[in-house]
Ligand binder design. Sequence first.
Ligand code: DP6
Length: 417
Amino acid sequence: MSNENETLSVAFSQVSGNFRGQEMKKVTCTAPVNIAVIKYWGKQNEELILPINSSLSVTLHQDQLKTTTSAAASREFTEDRIWLNGKEENISHPRLQSCLREIRRLARKRRNEEGDENVSRILNDKVHICSVNNFPTAAGLASSAAGYACLVYTLAKLYGVEGELSEIARQGSGSACRSMYGGFVQWVMGERDDGKDSLAKQVEPESHWPELRVLILVATAEKKHVGSTAGMQTSVETSPLLKLRADLVVPERMEAMIESIRKKDFKAFGELTMKDSNQFHATCLDTYPPIFYLNSVSQRVISVVHQYNTYYGQTKVAYSFDAGPNAVIFMLEPTVNEFVEVVKHCFPPESNGDTYLKGLPVGSAVLSEGLQSIVASDPNPGGVRYIIYTKPGPGPTLSQDLTLDLLDADGLPLQCA
Ligand code: DP6
């Protein structure tokens, strides 16, 4: 992150116009999606969003998946307002309010300590916030993590607030705290009741493991049935397996996972990733009434991954599933072309208007007879709607690109204007 003065000067140099003769300050930032390889599932404090176990994720590259947020402050605005993906939403939502309140509290603290005139002025203004994802929310990809990370990062830039921000992003959505950094990120659960030590920290930057690649197999466009927040609450109340997982399994697994990442040991990384995803879904089944996030496509993906690894006699690909049926598959770069071909054989594209392959370019590959026999049985046309090919990437960034700006000179959403 940049130093404090730099941020302040950025925040106030991004003055993008005069709204009814008054100065309007405006910034635009982007933030990434992350996928947990040691899952967060369960809170011990619902309001502060304090988890029952630590978790660890890989931040995905923003070239493929990102949220963009513009925030503007002006004396002319009569109320705080927010637009998400083209629709105005109620800004009184408690999680949005927590993030706004905490950023303003830090700004006030800064003003009191440093007597900064600019901060003083902006603290009296209302804000307009506009946010969009470059991926379909309906695809069921975790949008709240990128969304809240982007909101907090953008507001921090607008108010000239620096320092530890993952604690605030956490109060928007637990997994959002991990999207505040790039690469490999741990959310340390912390011990304090006030949550001050429940923070994200970077384990390694994205440059640490340059060969690591990620395929997202988008299985369905349906909206998920049970949201993470409600689902994990029922799990905490009813699943004995979840307690065992949080108390005994995760602490041990976390150490092994960090070591596998530091050593770039794909076998260890992949096996732990799959086992942790499986245990998370086992706790969902152990929840009463049970929660099912995986569908028949997810199950087929799991079996194809294991068959592929068995064929090679080594762990070359590894899956992970969050609260939905989409598969996230990790592998090293030399495996990508062939594994994409395997997926194409198992889930032949249907002409549904979508491009089947999105993201980084994929080369061609010819499947050996052995692999063909694995994938020939029971093809499921249309089971995978499309594939997004990406890799680990950096954390949130302040955009210098004016074309990304989402608010017009009046501080209203450009696409709705
Ligand atoms: C399965 O962060 O969406 O993706 O804190 O209630 O907003 P809230 O939940 P959320 O839960 C994410 C759950 C998960 C696992 C993970 O990302 O660690």
